[in-house]
Design a protein around this ligand. Structure first.
Ligand code: PMV
Length: 318
């Protein structure tokens, strides 16, 4: 049983999205999380995630461990194999399963690695127990797991990763798939610094609690930018997204979630000819994005590397 899920990147609206404003995000298919489940002769549910040095049996993991929490949705009680959800008994005797998780998505960098692992796990497990789930169900289940990662997630990560389409997202509202009028190109640059989203989200909350009037206004401005960006994407006027990215970056800096490393990549991209650039996701590290014409992509990516990017990805949004 195999399943895969892409990474994602936020184009506009991070942080303000936690406070009900719209945000836009796209899947990044160049990176992905993969899960493979096989039956084995040894008893138990074994999880292997070599990238984080994890090789453990389910029951040895704490209940709030995100990987254990996903599996327990399908195997709710300890030592219950086959799963009580299983419709038809598996043609097998004693034994268990081995779950192998691999991912090319860097962790804690704004590329949705946690959500992608959850979605791939949910899909592989649901097909193993012959319980097909709709995308809505997959996304809702992954959202429960996102809460363990983030505390108060908006739900944008699990949504874009599940549907693997560009989305216009407002917390608590039905998902809206973006219609892209004309394809455009984004360069993603990784600072190589992993920064937990939970912390930057908590810090923005402290600012908001100290002065709600001020921050509600800032979030409104971000929301307006996201709305304009949606119109421009849908009508094919993508060149105009550059200025909106620059404006969004200023507001993210005001929220204290950018960092010197992110700012350096953003200005390198602009100097190299990008139409606009901004940090993306939780911030303080992780990734930034730059809007480019296709012929500029390589030069902009090179300049970002020279300015310290550990990795760059060129992606087309269509
Ligand atoms: O997972 P990340 O780092 O791309 O960012 C999450 C985006 C935030 O708006 C900061 C938080 C959220 O839950 O939407």
């Amino acid at each position: 049983m195999k399943a895969s899920a892409p990474g994602k990147i936020i184009l506009f609206g991070e942080h303000a999205v936690v406070y009900g404003r719209p945000a836009l995000a796209i899947p990044v298919t160049q990176v992905h999380a993969d899960v493979e489940i096989s039956e084995s002769s040894r008893a138990g549910i074994w999880i292997h995630a070599s990238a984080i040095g994890l090789h453990a049996e389910l029951n040895s993991l704490p209940s709030d461990h995100p990987l254990a929490a996903v599996i327990r949705k399908f195997f709710p009680r300890p030592n219950t194999f086959p799963s009580p959800l299983l419709r038809d008994p598996l043609p097998r005797g004693e034994g268990g399963i081995e779950i192998k998780i691999t991912s090319t998505i860097p962790v804690a960098s704004g590329l949705g690695s946690g959500a992608a692992v959850s979605v791939a796990m949910i899909r592989a497990l649901s097909s193993m127990v012959h319980r097909p789930l709709s995308d809505d169900q997959v996304s809702a289940m992954a959202y429960e797991i996102e809460k363990l990662h983030h505390g108060t997630p908006s739900g944008i990560d699990n949504t874009v990763v599940t549907y693997a389409k560009p989305v216009y997202f407002i917390k608590g509202q039905p998902i809206e798939i973006l219609k892209v009028g004309k394809p455009f190109t984004i360069v993603i640059g990784d600072t190589g610094i992993s920064a937990p989203t939970k912390e930057s989200v908590a810090d923005v909350r402290k600012l908001w609690e100290a002065d709600k009037t001020k921050w509600e206004k800032v979030f409104d401005e971000v929301g307006e930018i996201a709305k304009k960006a949606k119109e421009k994407i849908e009508s094919g006027r993508w060149e105009e997204l550059g200025e909106l990215m620059n404006q969004n970056h200023v507001l993210l800096k005001e929220m204290t979630v950018s960092s010197p490393e992110l700012d350096k990549l953003v200005s390198a991209a602009r100097k190299a000819g990008a139409l606009g650039a901004k940090m993306s996701g939780g911030g303080r590290g992780g990734n930034m994005i730059a809007l480019v014409t296709p012929d500029m992509a390589e030069a902009v990516a090179r300049s970002m590397k020279e300015a310290g990017a550990k990795n760059t990805i060129v992606t087309n949004v269509s």
